[in-house]
Design a protein around this ligand. Structure first.
Ligand SMILES: [Zn+2]
Ligand SMILES: [Zn+2]
Length: 494
């Protein structure tokens, strides 16, 4: 078996691993590389015009006949998607729909919900018909490849690792995983099964392997310095609250909220971080505040509640207010509902309205109530500046605000750029400090040591890390000979 590493090398995300056996080729993830894209593009002003721009610049591999609208036969026979984060599946929409895509059922629900909200474009849409789903216990046969997907814990539901066998060689790919989340027993179960599998090669994520114990810290410090340089006033100071797991996140958020009596509590997290959503919902109940979430978040939540029986204890319609994205012209309620072009959003609005009345939808004039009675609400958003802009009264009068940054993913370049602006918005609201409360979606470096000891692979390739050269610190001495630091586009042969 030949394994080529076409992405995710010396960077966090953008995983693209090509397995080749007996002239049959499958991809393990086909993720968007924010780092490489941001070298050339800044959306929407400077966006790639077509797939060929991405191929020309080497952002996606130069496969013949494989991308949409290319003539000829595809050279790829299938794609395995580990989970529904863009840095793992973001380039799958570029592939011809006849190439089968395999993913967990939960990933499909999340990806289709997201597609139903976004405006469709050549770089966003995966055809439903291309998607084949699996569950824990499924055994896939893709050409000569026997694939066993195993559910692991990560900051998005439905993340999988893969055990793969072809031609008598065995490969284990962790995808993204952690051992301290709500379902960490799944990651432990994976570790055991992967050990029994006796792999020749372990491809393991190393997001948190870094010179400092918290690489994000270093990045945030740098951005703060930049902010001081640009605006000559210091940005609000970050107060970091340590949390080892989701329960501690809730405890810390509660402690912060107790000092925030009169202010609006604004929490920024990823829309797909369902564990965090549940935590914020529990917080809102304890504080007796109403939870406000946006359209994308509400749609993903609604679909998961209906279609995924394994995800339990989720807020339902009636447990939150639905915040609608803004429209330029003032309209009546009936017009507002009618003009939403996405059928999924229309349906969602009418479900919320039927269940709890129109006051459960935050739009137009009633948006103002958030600024008028800030202490009655908790707003959860993936884009704080945009939300603050929507709530800010027309006279620009500020309201008391408490801000908690609660993303579980590491800072990528895209986030870093928007973080600069976020600090300006918080400073505009007169904030002297904000809170950082989160628990990472990725395994601690010490856990990686245990993973290697338990799985006992012959060869180890670190992926999804900015610092592969530091990885040996976490490889037990007896396995260090097997550690391979791979260059981008390099091929290993087993
Ligand atoms: Zn990732
Ligand atoms: Zn991920």
């Amino acid at each position: 078996m030949k394994i080529s590493f076409l992405g995710g090398i010396s960077e966090i995300g953008g995983n693209k691993i090509l397995l080749d056996h007996d002239r049959f080729r499958i991809l393990l993830d086909f993720g968007k590389s924010f780092k490489t894209e941001s070298k050339f593009f800044v959306r929407p002003y400077l966006a790639p015009f077509s797939i060929s721009d991405l191929i020309k610049l080497g952002i996606v591999p130069n496969f013949a006949g494989t991308y949409k609208w290319q003539p000829g036969e595809p050279v790829i026979d299938g794609v395995l998607v580990s989970h529904a984060h863009l840095d793992h599946y973001g380039y799958v929409p570029l592939l011809k729909p006849e190439i089968p895509v395999f993913m967990g059922e939960t990933s499909k629900i999340i990806i289709l919900a997201r597609q139903d909200v976004q405006t469709s474009s050549w770089e966003r849409k995966i055809e439903k018909e291309s998607i084949n789903t699996f569950r824990t216990g499924s055994q896939l046969e893709i050409g000569p490849f026997q694939v066993l997907p195993i559910h692991v814990d990560h900051s998005i539901p439905g993340a999988y690792a893969f055990l793969i066998e072809a031609g008598g060689k065995r490969v284990v790919y962790t995808g993204d995983f952690r051992f301290h989340g709500q379902v960490s027993h799944l990651s432990k179960d994976f570790m055991e099964k992967a050990g029994d599998f006796q792999p020749d090669l372990l491809i393991v994520e190393g997001t948190r392997v870094a010179p400092e114990s918290d690489p994000e810290e270093a990045m945030i410090r740098l951005l703060e310095q930049h902010n001081i340089y640009m605006s000559s006033t210091p940005p609000p100071l970050r107060v970091k609250k340590e949390a080892a797991n989701e329960r501690e996140v809730l405890e810390e958020m509660k402690a912060v909220s107790e000092t925030a009596e009169n202010s609006l509590i604004l929490i920024e997290a990823n829309t797909t971080d369902i564990d965090r959503l549940r935590t914020v919902w529990l917080l809102s109940r304890e504080l007796g505040r109403q939870l406000v979430i946006g359209e994308t978040q509400a749609l993903i939540l609604n679909r998961l509640s209906k279609e995924d029986p394994n995800i339990k204890n989720l807020p339902k319609i009636g447990d939150f207010l639905l915040y609608l994205s803004r429209r330029r012209k003032k309209k009546s309620w009936e017009e507002v509902k009618e003009e939403r072009r996405r059928p999924a959003i229309k349906e969602l609005i009418s479900q919320v309205e039927d269940h709890c009345g129109p006051e459960a939808v935050v739009w137009g004039e009633n948006r103002k109530k958030l600024a008028r009675e800030p202490n009655s609400f908790i707003v959860l958003t993936p884009n704080s500046p945009n939300t603050l802009m929507g709530i800010l009264p027309e006279d620009g009068r500020k309201f008391p605000l408490t801000f908690i940054l609660s993303r579980s993913e590491p800072f990528n370049e895209e986030l870093a750029m928007s973080f600069d602006r976020l600090l300006n918005w918080l400073a505009y609201f007169g904030l002297k400090k904000y809170y950082r409360i989160h628990v990472s979606g990725h395994a601690r470096p010490e856990d990686l040591r245990t993973v290697i000891e338990e799985i006992k692979p012959k060869t180890i390739v670190p992926i999804h890390t900015s610092y592969p050269e530091l990885f040996d610190e976490y490889v037990p001495p007896s396995f260090r000979d097997g550690l391979r630091l791979i260059s981008i586009k390099e091929t290993l042969e087993l």
